[in-house]
Design a binder for this molecule. Structure first.
Ligand SMILES: [Zn+2]
Length: 462
């Protein structure tokens, strides 16, 4: 496995061993809390949640912690094998990693639990010899109960996704909107917002018109109530503090300055401290491909959101579907002064498939075939525009030509959103190949994600 995987301390020696294609933790002398079978004077322990807990009790550096005031990068890992490669990408940077970044939507499709995901991250950090700390992100939380569950397991970063409670004012008939509007305490809001200027340094003064306030309040009111409920529950669970992100990135229209301002003011009034906000940016942040949209418009939106985030937090802006957005990184680097959080997930899965193309092309062909069949169903709930018609037929491609297929945006997106179906059928086969070629996988991840960090101006050449 190449990297330090022996940790010693408190008179105990721990080694991550590969036994065939399975990894085990060898603990000697045997320690209370670890579960395993006796082996050469020690204990040979499977990589279970209980053993991950004991490991992080022994080495505090392996407990997730809150974000320091530095840029942060989210590394989603759908297979649970990528963490050492992710952490290697951070060599030569001060960027703080957020691991275990998976949503319920992803877990439902991969058949994992929050505990599985966190255990994989802990063992991955152990394998990498990582002692500089990391966060753990329970991503796109859609219920308070999920948030509580993740908090109890030791997650530190909670991404509240209120999209089920957002009212699409642009689309609904006026009668429905009137009904929604009954939820909102108008007298109170009008007193707080109308006839006033809200000065935002760097942006000027913002003022709400009555009709505009009506639309914004109706759109976000129930979402804010949900965020408040989740935040309070988390404060109960974690009185020592936690990172809280509000993500409104999966909406129909870009978040406007006044929408952001309204959210910031309402969150403040409710005592909610944000670590980050993920607004919906103009243009398209689709999965696995570069940004599609007007770069100047993106830059202007960034300035607006940054000014409001600075005035109210400061909190950082969070960029979802953040992988492979090559045209945006120089703009983020130039505008954000290192106050950003970027989330990636699918790209590490695609890297695994790229490896597969090279070392197990027959398996890749099967996977790609299944992905094309499943795409029309699996694409629902994902923001992609791929059309399988754009793709060359697989039979016409020789093995040597398969890597070019993975550079076609439509192919990347099809593979990106069908991971659940693919892993259900081929997950074990894929993992076996990755374990056989583990070092190669980690190195490829380190290079690809390192390239992201270099484009963001936070990584020198090492
Ligand atoms: Zn998102």
């Amino acid at each position: 496995m190449g990297r330090p995987e022996v940790w010693m301390g408190c008179g105990v020696r721990l080694t991550l061993m590969k036994r065939g294609l399975e990894k085990k933790l060898f603990v000697t002398p045997p320690q209370p809390g670890f579960e395993g079978v006796p082996f050469q004077g020690g204990l040979l322990c499977p990589l279970t949640w209980n053993n991950a807990l004991s490991l992080k009790t022994l080495f505090g550096q392996l407990s997730p912690r809150r974000l320091p005031p530095r840029p942060s990068f989210g590394f989603g890992d759908r297979l649970g094998l990528a963490t050492p490669g992710h952490l290697r990408a951070l060599e030569g940077t001060e960027v703080f990693p957020v691991l275990a970044q998976q949503s319920m939507r992803e877990n439902a499709r991969t058949g994992r639990t929050y505990a599985d995901v966190l255990a994989d991250a802990i063992f991955g950090a152990f394998q990498a010899g990582w002692t500089r700390g990391f966060g753990a992100d329970a991503d796109h939380l859609k219920s308070v109960e999920e948030a509580r569950q993740a908090a109890r397991l030791g997650y530190t970063f909670f991404t509240c996704d209120p999209s089920d409670f957002l009212v699409p004012v642009e689309r609904l008939p006026i009668a429905t909107l009137r009904q929604e509007a009954q939820e909102v305490p108008w007298a109170e809001l009008e007193r707080a917002y109308l006839g006033k200027d809200f000065p935002i340094p760097g942006l000027g003064e913002l003022r709400f018109q009555k009709e505009e306030l009506w639309c914004i309040a109706v759109k976000y009111w129930r979402a804010l109530k949900f965020a408040e409920e989740m935040y309070r529950a988390l404060r109960d669970e974690l009185p020592q503090g936690f990172d809280f992100e509000l993500s409104v990135d999966e909406t129909l229209t870009p978040t406007t300055a006044k929408e952001h301002l309204f959210l910031a003011l309402e969150l403040q009034r409710r005592g909610i401290e944000l670590t980050s906000l993920a607004p919906r940016f103009p243009g398209d942040m689709e999965k696995a491909v570069d940004y599609r949209g007007d770069l100047e418009e993106f830059r202007q939106a960034l300035r607006v959101h940054k000014a409001i985030a600075q005035a109210f937090g400061p909190y950082r802006l969070s960029f979802h579907s953040g992988s492979d957005k090559w045209s945006l990184y120089p703009i983020i680097a130039a505008e954000m002064e290192g106050i950003w959080h970027i989330k990636t997930a699918g790209t590490s899965y695609l890297m695994a498939l790229e490896l597969l193309v090279r070392v197990a092309p027959a398996l890749f062909r099967e996977i790609f075939g299944l992905a094309c069949t499943r795409f029309p169903t699996d694409r629902q709930s994902y923001h992609v525009r791929a059309d399988p018609v754009e793709l060359p037929s697989l039979q016409n491609l020789r093995d040597l030509e398969l890597p070019t297929l993975l550079r076609i945006p439509a192919a990347r997106q099809i593979l990106h959103v069908t991971f659940g179906s693919v892993l259900q059928k081929y997950g074990e086969d894929l993992k076996r190949v990755l374990l056989e070629h583990e070092e190669e996988y980690h190195q490829a991840l380190a290079e690809h994600l390192g390239k992201h960090l270099r484009a963001l101006g936070v990584k020198g050449d090492v």
